[in-house]
Design a protein around this ligand. Structure first.
Ligand code: NAD
Length: 727
């Protein structure tokens, strides 16, 4: 016995404690489930045991199923998945029925769950099977079923139990959005029963006085009716019909888990509880066997976590940041100052005027005030965070900074000037990072006296919301600078990828072609609605035209001009420029100007696509097929990712996939561009790319790496997966 242990007290209560050795959070493995099963058998059979309390030996109850175990289960095929899931159903059903006589519904032993903190996934499905759930009064604890976020759904009875407990309408945000609540809110939502100071003591007291009737779940009673109505009641009909439309609208049909969840709920609602569990298990198996869920689990959970833990961190002593200097208090600098101070780091925020520096600091005030109005932040916390930020024009205040993040204007001479000024003050071993989005790190490092301590730390806007940070290693950047950047990103709780120095690094390198392809199609006379919808139906969060409106047309023009100047004859986006320059000439600079590819109302709310598109670029008589537009939009990104790998800008496909989803929202259901190409298979990908290249140009020509892989029947994860391995 390792994960679960049991202590039988003189009071007749058996306390089962979940405490997985060597882990900070409990996760359930199949071995663990087997141990729990034996303990439950033992306690139910032991006459001296009157009731059972299941709790945790850690500060939290459990983080969920061990997703690595699910990935392994999948390798055994659908029957293995189904059998594995059914074995969990049997265990939880045993807990729920607790040895009672099913006819008389008497004679069972009360079982309660005592949650000291967070309870997620199976960590909530297990309590849901008990007869009463007690949670500690711990506002930091999260209670919920977040499975949908990684492309699966609660498959150990959570779906079936929650629907029967709360009804479809109330359970929808918990199941379909993976909404997590603190204990008080979870009680309010009817998910748990009590919030107390000492959940184990309360649970023990409860099991000792529970009656037979307390053990009978509502759905075990003949008179049971689903709250809000089952599908074939007037109320239920409306809910289920609306849910199907809503889910399809939100997922565009590309996320198999949401649809399967709805099917499990709908079909399960028409039958008895045990049959509903079998239905849930079948749909869960269906989803787990879909390549999308495997890819999502791999990128959004396993690899994301590995990168956050420093999978690609070079050997170096702890480089945790104590005091950071942020140069430039504009949009990016203000955000970087906030996330740093919020993570407990002392910040010196510098701008060229005191007014600009103060404005940068007030950005943090705004975010914290919003947090206070939502009751997520206290006045003390606000004072603490703001107290860590010194807004000034005085470079002398940078003394003692162990990291500088420079975010001044995108101008090499301005950047060189502030680099020299800061280096004159900061300790000799401090690391200097630039947040440039377009300038080569190697060039900017020339202004530094210590180029091995010079690095790129590229944030995305808005800094407080975007989870990805791209770390750029210049040619001369040393390992300690990379370790420092990674330790900093970890402190501010974001996800890092480490890439080598090349034009646009990784994320922008892939997203710009996506935007350009959409704009190019407008110039060709493709219906812009088709372009936007094709993107969304592939699972892209924003169509390319909406995206460029958000980032602004003038930025696009600026980047196009700079790229053309740098590339000379090799530049091949003139057809894109004719469209975007025309918009700029018309003053349609995007959402901020309330006019771009879309029209906006006075409040800046997006209306329809601009009618002038059709007037400027005549609609072609022959419109392309939806899939052709989709392939253009997807391949133009994915092939660029392959080139980044081939050229050594990316050195780890895990970073390529995680970075694509977090950085620019690359269709998350695919698990990222490499995951998507693996789903297609290299051979089919080459075939499709060749066809696109013949019709639309060389930008679609398959890179040699992809061709070689197709010839050898290789996949990206087969060849480069698991560990860091360069192309
Ligand atoms: P911004 O114009 O909002 O802010 C720049 C700030 O730097 C201004 O407050 C300005 O007063 C200050 N500044 C200029 N010269 C200075 C000097 N000599 N000393 C001190 N302060 C000075 O620009 P931004 O959007 O925050 O971008 C800053 C950097 O971040 C740029 O390198 C940009 O490429 C990069 N970046 C921007 C984005 C984005 O989405 N905006 C994303 C990633 C990276």
């Amino acid at each position: 016995m390792t994960d679960f242990t049991m202590q039988k007290g003189d009071d007749g209560v058996a306390v089962i404690t979940w405490d997985v050795p060597g882990k900070s959070m409990n996760v359930l493995s199949m071995d663990g489930a087997g141990e729990l099963n034996s303990l439950i058998d033992d306690a139910l059979a032991d006459e001296a045991v009157k009731g059972i309390v299941i709790t945790s030996g850690k500060a939290d109850f459990a983080a969920g199923m061990d997703l690595n175990v699910l990935a392994q289960m999948k390798e055994g095929g659908p029957q293995a998945v189904f059998d594995g899931v059914m074995s969990l159903h049997h265990l939880l059903r045993k807990i729920e029925l607790a040895g009672m006589d099913r006819k008389t519904q008497k004679g069972g032993k009360p079982i309660a769950a005592a949650l000291p903190g967070t309870a997620l996934g199976i960590g909530l499905e297990l309590p849901l099977a008990t007869h009463r759930i007690f949670a500690a009064n711990n506002p930091k604890a999260k209670i919920g079923l977040p499975e949908i976020m990684v492309g699966i759904f609660p498959g150990a009875g959570g779906t079936t139990r929650l629907i029967r407990k709360l009804g479809a309408m109330a359970a929808a945000p918990l199941l379909l959005e993976g909404k997590m609540n603190d204990p008080a809110k979870a009680k309010g939502a009817g998910v748990i029963d009590e919030v107390v100071e000492d959940p184990v003591a309360a649970a023990k007291a409860w099991v000792l006085q529970a009656t037979d009737a307390d053990l009978v779940k509502p759905w075990e009673q003949k008179s049971y009716k689903m709250p809000g109505g089952s599908p074939y009641t007037p109320g239920g009909f409306m809910t289920f019909l609306g849910a199907a439309a809503m889910v399809h609208g939100k997922t565009m049909g590309v996320y198999p888990a949401a649809k399967a969840l709805l099917s499990a709920v709908y079909e399960g609602a028409l039958v008895d509880f045990d049959t509903a569990l079998r239905i849930e298990a079948r749909w869960f198996t269906h989803v787990l066997m879909n390549p999308s869920s495997g890819n999502m689990i791999r990128s959004l959970f396993i690899n994301k976590e590995a990168l956050e833990k420093g999978a690609n961190r070079p050997e170096a002593p702890d480089q945790k940041v104590r005091k950071v200097g942020v140069l430039g208090a504009g949009m990016m600098g203000a955000g970087i100052a906030y996330v740093s101070a919020n993570a407990g780091i002392e910040v010196v925020l510098i701008d060229s005027t005191q007014e600009a520096a103060d404005r940068g600091k007030s950005y943090s005030t705004g975010i914290l005030d919003k947090g206070i109005s939502r009751r997520k932040v206290t006045e003390e916390k606000k004072a603490e965070v703001l107290g860590r930020i010194t807004a000034t024009t005085d470079y002398a205040a940078l003394e003692g900074c162990d990291l500088i993040v420079e975010a001044v204007f995108e101008d090499p001479s301005v950047k060189a000037d502030v680099t020299a000024k800061a280096e004159a003050v900061i300790p000799k071993d401090a690391i200097f990072a630039t947040n440039t989005s377009t300038l080569p790190i190697g060039e900017l490092a020339k202004a530094s006296k210590r180029p091995d301590q010079f690095i790129g730390i590229h944030f995305f806007s808005p800094v407080d919301k975007m989870a990805l940070v791209e770390i750029i290693r210049g040619e001369q950047t040393g390992d300690r600078a990379v370790a420092k950047a990674l330790d900093f990103v970890r402190q501010i709780r974001k996800t890092p990828i480490v890439v080598n120095d090349a034009r646009f690094f990784y994320a922008n390198r892939c997203i710009i072609p996506y935007i350009n392809e959409g704009i190019r199609m407008v110039g060709e006379g493709v219906n812009p609605t088709l372009v936007e919808n094709a993107a969304k139906l592939m699972g892209m969060p924003l169509g390319p035209l909406q995206l460029v409106d958000e980032t602004s047309i003038d930025l696009g023009v600026k980047i196009a001009k700079a790229t053309k100047a740098a590339m000379g004859d090799a530049y091949s986006d003139e057809d894109v420029d004719t469209v975007i320059f025309r918009l700029a000439d018309e003053g349609r600079m995007g959402r901020k100007a309330k006019a771009g590819f879309y029209d906006y109302d006075d409040a800046g709310k997006r209306q329809g696509l601009w009618s002038g598109i059709g007037e400027n670029w005549a609609r072609a008589e022959d419109q392309p097929e939806l899939t052709e537009v989709q392939h253009r939009l997807m391949f133009v990104q994915a092939l660029e990712a392959v080139r980044a790998l081939e050229q050594g800008v990316l050195t780890d496909i895990r970073e390529g996939d995680v970075g694509a989803i977090l950085g620019w929202g690359f269709a998350p259901w695919t698990g990222g561009p490499f995951g998507w190409l693996d789903m297609l298979g290299a051979e089919r990908a080459v075939e499709l790319a060749d066809k696109l290249a013949a019709e639309h140009g060389d930008r679609f020509a398959p890179p040699k790496l992809l061709r070689d892989m197709a010839a050898r029947g290789e996949s990206f994860y087969g060849r480069f997966g698991g560990q860091k391995q360069a192309a």
